[in-house]
Design a protein around this ligand. Structure first.
Ligand code: ASP
Length: 440
């Protein structure tokens, strides 16, 4: 059995939905995880924002527009009259629920209920479409088995037992269609796995069902060796290890949710990244294979804040870092990069929600400098720290102002912190010399 997940663009138009049907219709048993149609979750976020800001009329405008877009999709997809009616009844029920939400007092549960509707719509319509095309499939409602615990991690024991009983109780089918992204929280309210979380849904399901492979289908030929939005001539990477993929996903490769490989890594379940618009392309295979050495990819993560903590009390003292880390712990802010000297510690965070509070706590025992608009450039590969290409990096970047370097923390990653305005130059220079073999 395999799990195949299709992202927003893959189900974002009638033509693409038809492509998805062709890809999955091969007679093999599988679970198909779908995202919402592209743009839908953003629109649902804007509806929730209007309700939060007490703007019910603005929310209703957006709801009505989206409702009629969905009717157009149903008309384009479902020529069978009774399936067309069945889908429209479902779509209308969803939009009635959204309209009811505009009258309610805003809460996290209301917001999450609104956000969940995109995946519920795409899976219902797709299942009707498969029925029309004579493909045997059944819906496997994610809210019947997907749950997170108090710390917002997937509750694997619960998911395992629930999914088994849902599969046993339901009709047998070759294709089970389920929603990505959505789940219940530990109190049984609708919640989600954070934006882009359908990838994570797919690998959680893959891990609990111990499938042969998880496939993530998007609109690009796999993970690229640099960011195609900023650098020309990037290429797909054919193989990555779990560690390399995790570093890339965390440090900016937008194609994967940062947690994607976590559930499958222990059981060595390979994850294949494929392109719905070009199914023949090899894509990227993520597995435990770590035979290729050297730098394989570069990624960038923006909106980073650097904090320099300087204190005479650090000199030959112990316990200083503990004090610093405790403050970040209290404000639930994770640290990405860190370097230390005898009198200062520099670190970076990407969530600056509690920056002011953190800084004022730190100022009680140290002087603080804050630099916003920084980017982490992350070089990922196997044994990168030892590899000969790595030493060239310092020559390549001799004109770039590097604010921090994290080197040797892991064998798979070297991170550089630069001002965001230098990001594209840094990515391009590294690309030219590391991948295009331009000589120095
Ligand atoms: N629809 C959700 C989002 O746009 C989840 C996903 O697509 O993975 O974030």
């Amino acid at each position: 059995m395999k799990v195949l997940k299709f992202g927003g663009t893959s189900v974002g138009s009638i033509e693409n939905i038809k492509n998805v049907k062709n890809i999955i219709n091969d007679g093999e048993k599988k679970v198909v995880v779908l995202s919402a149609m592209s743009g839908t979750t953003n629109t649902l976020v804007s509806i929730a924002k209007h309700i939060e800001q007490d703007q019910p009329n603005e929310a209703l405008d957006v709801i009505n527009k989206l409702h009629s877009n969905y009717f157009n999709v149903v008309d384009g997809l479902l020529t069978n009259e009774s399936l067309n009616k069945k889908a429209k009844d479902y779509v209308s029920a969803v939009f009635n629920l959204l309209v009811e939400c505009t009258d309610k007092t805003f809460s996290k549960v209301i917001e999450n209920t609104i956000l969940a509707q995109g995946e519920l719509l795409s899976t219902f319509m797709f299942n009707c479409f498969l029925e029309q095309e004579g493909v045997s499939s059944t819906l496997l409602p994610a809210l019947d088995f997907m749950r997170i615990d108090k710390s917002k991690d997937p509750d694997i024991t619960y998911i395992k037992s629930k999914i088994a009983s849902v599969l046993d109780a339901g009709p047998d089918a070759d294709i089970y269609i389920t929603q990505g992204f959505i789940c219940l929280d530990n109190e049984g309210n609708i919640s989600n796995l954070q934006r882009g979380g359908s990838d994570y849904s797919a690998t959680i399901i893959g891990a609990v069902l111990k499938v042969d492979e998880v496939q993530i289908w998007t609109d690009i030929d796999g993970m690229h060796n640099n960011d195609p939005r900023y650098v020309e001539n990037t290429r797909p990477i054919s193989n990555l290890s779990f560690d390399e993929a995790a570093e890339l996903a965390y440090f900016g490769a937008k194609i994967l949710h940062p947690q994607t490989v976590t559930p499958v890594r222990e059981d060595n379940i390979p994850v294949r990244l494929k392109n719905t618009m070009n199914p023949e392309a090899h894509g990227t295979l993520i597995s435990s294979d770590t035979t290729e050495n050297g730098i394989k990819a570069i990624a960038a993560k923006d909106n980073i804040t650097a904090i320099k903590i300087k204190s005479g009390r650090m000199l030959q003292a112990h316990g200083f870092l503990k004090r610093v880390f405790e403050i970040f712990e209290v404000y639930e802010t994770s640290i990405d990069m860190i370097t230390t000297s005898e009198v200062a510690v520099s670190l970076t965070i990407d969530d600056d929600k509690n920056l002011d509070k953190i800084v004022s706590e730190l100022e009680k025992f140290a002087s603080i400098e804050v630099d916003k608009d920084q980017s982490i450039i992350c070089l990922v590969g196997h044994s990168v720290v030892k590899h000969e290409d790595t030493y060239k990096m310092f020559q390549i970047l001799q004109d770039v102002k590097i604010r921090m370097i994290s080197y040797g923390g892991s064998n798979n990653n070297i991170s550089l912190l630069v001002n965001s305005k230098d990001k594209i130059t840094t990515l391009t220079k590294l690309n030219d010399y590391l991948f295009e073999l331009v000589t120095l």
